[in-house]
Design a protein. Structure first.
Lengths: 275, 471
């Protein structure tokens, strides 16, 4: 599938900011299941954009801009060709051993309820792969996915207690359980083109990947209850949301800020409307 | 358990280094000692040297108790100890370079890889990054304890932001003022060149692109940090600016310090802020103490952070238990300093032994420090032991256990007069581009409560001046 992505993250500042520094993880890489045909990042104001790479192999841009800045928009446009590999992620840059992804982080630390849920979900399944599928089904059954606009994440344990969460926290719930069951698991941010079978998608999305012996990394999208197919464009991976966040920023001055996000991911050719 | 006494050995003899001190203690009337002690306290109050105890609601700032009777080491004792410290710190730096680089020690099976990879202190940002001049741990504080005339054990390696060196210096300063007569009869090796050595170390590790007279600053979390006094003390002694995160800014991967003459480029930062808080763009985003972009500047090679990011993976208490093998692997030598025998609770047979012997052992949290989260079995009540039993069963990998060591004692002036109290020693070891240096001695900490083995200032410990006799 060819997926065209258009993503604009806009900030309006109550007072002009004197300086802005941002770390952007907004650029996908090629792997066996996706080929980036074109991609560009365009800040709305003058500044310096430097490309680099982080420990997970993500493409990272540092953006520095001097004020006064009253508004900033980071605009991303691209076209990606995807193939359905049933969730398998191969041919990507793997810079750190998968053992690293068994670590608990602030956002993925399990509590007793999550540990019990994980053990129960996996109890009947024989192989590690079937345990992860059982866990994904149980997570999808337990958690209802809320629209992310205007909401921020709370972490795995709090999200699980609430029973409903935005996609990033559903990924955290799944990862916390997978790690508790001994599997390396990582967070993935990306885009999903809408399709009939998807409950959540049509824009920015988050899911998880699990490393399984004999298979390598496999995606699990618990918000949708399926392994990522050719509707999913993978952008960045990390230990949790904070580690793979599309934008992390800091500024001097600026007062309060207002965030607005416009995102559309759709099959190129325009069969589906933009969100 | 009879502990080795630094002055009297097993209690019968008088050890040579303590001759003159013993005479002085016998001759000095108790009133004089009491007077000197109150004078010492007055000095410390005037200097304003305080520390904060976390979790103590009554007073946030306290004076650390100072004992006026020095702890004495002979030149041969120190020479051997120093050789051991140099060897240990060399190995620590090589270990860090290896786990963030070639990973030879993991391939060779010296240490289980998951202890490194799953360790939250193993900073992924540092993987395959070349630190300036190859030095990771510029300032190390190695806690050692003594159990007999010849044996020192390393109790703990502190490879992140070890504190206490200001007490080492102030203790000497106060002793020189109060007891000039003792310094007339003893040739005590000086410690006041520590700031010069530290400054030389920091200058030596400046980025290669930096000017020959690099700009150095000391980055503190601020006045609410328990070691803030030390930060301002050291900045003053080093003659460098003391800055908080908000005093630094990063532009295009270069760090600048705000000054009245405008931004000034910074080359080396002696940072006393933990990894987690140093850059909100990379580590904890809720940190207001750090400097956004500082890691980007570091990784671009434009600034040196001392200590390097990610040194915590070397002083983790679970990694500690592998230090003898690590020393052997990297230096090719037998370790000069011993490790305390350690049970790794992550290993089921070790944990079973620990659970059966809790009342005899010291149990420590793998990631704890400052004496917090620690069980001293022989001194604990039933409730404390049972609480640790539950913790050990729930998450054994979070703990190690050690035998209760008979830490050496040293004569100490307490309410009842002069009596033996348990001590440890934290020497400070500096690693720069031109090698390792270490001022003679270090900080002696003393457990002031009779029989207590916990020397941490947060748990009722005090300090003493530490003398290394030149002859």
């Amino acid at each position: 599938m060819r997926i065209r992505i258009s993503h604009t993250i806009g900030y309006d500042y109550a007072e002009p900011a004197r300086h802005i520094t941002q770390i952007l993880r907004l650029t996908p890489r090629d792997h066996d299941g996706q080929h980036v045909m074109s991609w560009r990042i365009e800040p709305s104001i003058d500044g310096r954009l430097r490309a680099g790479q982080d420990a997970h192999g993500n493409i990272v841009h540092s953006f520095y801009a001097d004020g006064p800045i009253s508004a900033l928009a980071i605009r991303v446009e691209g076209l990606v060709e995807t193939i359905d590999l049933a969730g398998a992620v191969r041919g990507g840059p793997e810079r750190v051993p998968c053992e690293v992804y068994r670590r608990d982080t602030l956002l993925t630390a399990p509590d007793d309820a999550l540990r019990a849920f994980a053990e129960e979900a996996a109890a009947g399944a024989g192989t590690p792969l079937s345990r992860m599928h059982a866990l994904m089904a149980a997570t999808a059954g337990r958690m209802s996915c809320r629209d992310a606009s205007g909401r921020s994440g709370v972490g795995a344990a709090a999200a699980f207690a609430a029973g409903e969460a935005i996609a990033q926290d559903i990924a955290h719930v799944f990862m916390a359980c997978a790690r508790h069951l001994g599997q390396p698991a990582r967070y993935v941010s990306g885009y999903v083109a809408p399709s009939g079978g998807l409950a959540a998608g049509g824009g920015a999305h988050a899911w998880a990947e699990v490393h399984l012996d004999g298979y390598g990394w496999i995606g699990f999208d618990s918000a949708n209850g399926l392994c990522p197919v050719d509707t999913h464009v993978r952008v960045a991976a990390g230990l949790d949301y904070a580690d793979a966040a599309p934008i992390r920023g800091a500024r001097q001055g600026g007062g309060s800020e207002h965030l607005s996000v416009l995102v559309a991911a759709r099959e190129a050719g325009g069969r589906q409307p933009a969100q | 358990m009879v502990a080795f006494d630094e002055m009297t050995g097993s209690g019968q003899e008088l050890r040579p280094a303590y001759d003159a001190l013993d005479r002085w203690l016998k001759e000095a009337p108790p009133e004089t000692l009491a007077l000197r002690r109150s004078q010492a306290e007055l000095f410390f109050r005037r200097i304003g040297i305080t520390f904060a105890v976390y979790g103590d609601e009554e007073s946030t700032e306290r004076l650390i108790p100072f004992d006026i009777i020095p702890r004495v080491l002979t030149k041969p004792e120190w020479t051997r100890l120093e050789a051991g410290l140099r060897q240990r710190v060399t190995a620590l730096n090589m270990f860090l370079a290896d786990v963030y680089g070639a990973k030879e020690c993991l391939k060779a099976g010296i240490i289980p890889p998951d202890l490194v990879y799953r360790n939250a202190c193993y900073q992924l940002e540092m993987v395959d990054f070349q630190v300036p001049h190859g030095v990771y741990c510029h300032i190390a504080g190695i806690d050692v304890v003594r159990v007999d005339a010849d044996t020192f054990y390393v109790l703990e390696d502190n490879a992140r932001t070890p504190s206490g060196v200001s007490y080492m210096m102030e203790n000497r300063e106060v002793m020189l003022r109060l007891f000039p007569e003792l310094f007339a009869t003893h040739r005590v090796a000086p410690v006041d060149n520590y700031p010069d050595q530290l400054l030389a170390t920091l200058r030596s590790v400046a980025p290669r692109s930096a000017p020959s007279d690099p700009t150095i600053c000391l980055l503190t979390p601020g006045q609410y940090n328990s070691a803030f006094y030390e930060h301002s003390f050291l900045a003053d002694k080093l003659g460098v600016e003391l800055v908080e995160g908000s005093d630094l800014l990063v532009r295009d991967d270069v760090v600048y310090m705000r000054t009245t003459q405008g931004p000034k480029r910074v080359d080396v930062i002696y940072r006393r802020i933990d990894d987690d808080f140093i850059d909100p763009l990379v580590f904890r985003s809720d940190s207001v103490l750090g400097v956004p972009g500082i890691i980007g500047a570091y990784k671009a090679g434009n600034v040196t952070l001392a200590n390097a990011v990610g040194t915590g993976v070397a002083d983790d208490k679970a990694v500690y238990s592998y230090m003898p093998e690590i020393v052997k692997f990297f230096t090719g030598e037998e370790p000069i300093l011993k490790n305390v025998p350690t049970w790794r609770c992550r290993e089921p047979q070790d944990n079973a032994y620990v659970l059966d012997n809790l009342e005899k052992l010291v149990v420590k949290e793998v990631n704890g420090s400052g004496g917090y989260g620690m069980l001293v079995g022989p001194h604990a009540d039933k409730a404390q032991i049972e609480s640790f039993r539950r913790k050990l069963k729930a998450s054994p990998e979070g703990f190690i256990a050690q035998p209760t060591l008979a830490l050496s004692t040293c004569p100490t002036f307490v309410a009842s007069g002069v009596a033996p109290r348990h001590v440890d020693l934290r020497p400070y070891v500096l690693s720069g581009a031109n090698g390792i240096s270490c001022v003679p001695g270090g900080l002696t900490r003393v457990a002031l409560k009779e029989g207590s083995l916990v020397v941490n200032s947060s748990q009722g410990g005090g300090t003493k001046d530490t003398w290394v006799l030149d002859a």
